[in-house]
Design a protein around this ligand. Structure first.
Ligand SMILES: *[C@@H]1O[C@H](CO)[C@@H](O)[C@H](O)[C@H]1NC(C)=O
Ligand SMILES: *[C@@H]1O[C@H](CO)[C@@H](O)[C@H](O)[C@H]1NC(C)=O
Ligand SMILES: *[C@@H]1O[C@H](CO)[C@@H](O)[C@H](O)[C@H]1NC(C)=O
Length: 387
């Protein structure tokens, strides 16, 4: 990737001398060749981590694409799947999944329910994954070291584990933070109390990016957190007054705290660029891409922006006790009550918490070209530094 960087410097120089946008990557700059992706996050990018450890996400998850449950809380692919596909790489295996995994082109450390900060409650108590970002880093650290000693044994291991050089050439992707915000609200904190711990959350995030840089990681693709106040599980569990609901049907207090987090995250990215001189860090405003789908659904081909496609009753078709695929016992017989809608491709929300595959594709299509990124460069140019 060194030669890429050099080329970029040359391009930048030419561009500057023509007094065009200074951060623009010219069409002549060759795309980055990321040989691997290492992903860190929560359910927005979990491709099987929580399923491997705490039980598989059951049907109808996966129905639209994999035609069976595939470790994802979605009817199909996630944004990280579309990222892998666009970069010409296979879908990422979950690091925690010991059956049938192939890590040649990366690994996914994300698990549903993950937070940046370690939680002091178990999954059963608080509903949050014990695999917080610090744990995901520990896993990555171990994977980096042990994948190489194992790969050196040759044979099949060479076809299951990444080459050593991939760790510095890979794209490191992040989508985490949403659960850090909701965990405070679910333990009855006020917005003021939630905002008060956000700097701690962001500082822990920053440390993990630095640790990965210390392990040789250079290219970082960081999603900000989405409009959590537009999700049925929040609208249902944390009701707000009518004046706190915007035109799109979202709860403004929770969206405001998400934007507060995002402003802080953006500052952290600016600091990281200063502290990590060899890193190329792209900040991706997924919040705006998601909010666009929800506030202007017709424009993106959607009919249902806020209600859940797969659920059981209520204003948002979301029931906390009977989640997507949920059954109830009637006269000793189990009956599936939380079914999927007929056509998930016109719904943004899948199960009250997560986006449908169509929703994820809608997000990906908006962000892939760089329109929501800082610097505003496409996904396949994310190895170039801003200056
Ligand atoms: C967990 O407890 C420690 C020690 O009291 C505290 O510093 C930390 O903020 C707590 N974490 C969360 C997520 O509340
Ligand atoms: C793992 O995936 C890579 C890339 O798709 C492939 O070349 C390799 O053969 C796979 N390994 C095994 C053991 O199937
Ligand atoms: C939050 O408040 C509700 C209602 O008062 C209560 O039932 C619940 O136990 C509280 N949760 C926590 C974590 O304190």
């Amino acid at each position: 990737m060194e030669s890429h960087c050099l080329k970029y410097v040359v391009t930048l120089f030419l561009t500057l001398s023509l007094s065009l946008a200074p951060f623009f990557v010219s069409a002549r700059t060759s795309p980055c060749k990321f040989p691997a992706i290492f992903n860190f996050g929560d359910s927005n990018s979990d491709t099987g981590g929580l399923s491997a450890v705490f039980g598989q996400a059951g049907p109808p998850h996966g129905e639209s694409f994999f035609h069976k449950p595939a470790g994802r809380y979605c009817d199909g692919r996630l944004v990280v799947d579309f990222i892998a596909q666009r970069l010409g790489l296979p879908y990422l295996s979950a690091y925690l999944d010991s059956v049938g995994s192939n890590f040649t082109h990366g690994a996914n450390f994300a698990t549903a329910g993950s937070t940046i900060r370690p939680q002091n409650t178990t999954l059963r108590q608080g509903g949050f994954s014990p695999i917080s970002l610090d744990v995901q880093f520990n896993e990555f650290y171990d994977f980096h070291r042990r994948s190489q000693t194992t790969r050196n044994q040759g044979g099949v291991f060479k076809k299951l584990l990444p080459k050593a050089e991939y760790f510095s050439k890979a794209l490191y992707t992040f989508d985490i933070g949403q659960n850090d915000l909701t965990s405070g609200y679910f333990s009855n904190m006020t917005t003021t109390q939630v905002k008060a711990y956000v700097p701690d959350v962001l500082n822990q995030f920053k440390n993990v990016v630095k640790y990965i840089y210390g392990q040789g990681g250079r290219y970082f693709w960081i999603h900000n957190t989405g409009p959590v106040g537009c999700l049925p599980y929040i609208l249902d569990r944390l009701p707000v007054t009518a004046s706190e609901v915007d035109k799109a049907g979202c709860a403004t207090p929770f969206n405001e705290v998400a934007q507060f987090f995002n402003r802080g995250l953006k500052k952290v990215v600016v600091q990281l660029r200063k502290e990590l001189p060899l890193a190329a860090i792209t900040y991706v405003d997924v919040y705006s891409a998601k909010y666009s789908l929800i506030s202007r659904p017709k424009k993106h081909g959607f009919e249902e922006p806020v209600r859940a496609c797969c659920g059981h009753g209520g204003k948002y078709n979301y029931n906390r006790n009977i989640g997507c695929g949920g059954k109830i016992k009637v006269h000793g017989k189990e009956i599936l009550v939380a079914k999927a809608c007929k056509d998930p491709s016109v719904w943004v929300n899948w199960d009250g918490v997560h986006y449908t595959q169509a929703g994820n594709k809608g997000v990906f299509d908006q962000i892939v070209g760089g329109a929501f990124s800082d610097p505003p460069i496409p996904l396949n140019m994310a190895c170039y530094r801003k200056k």
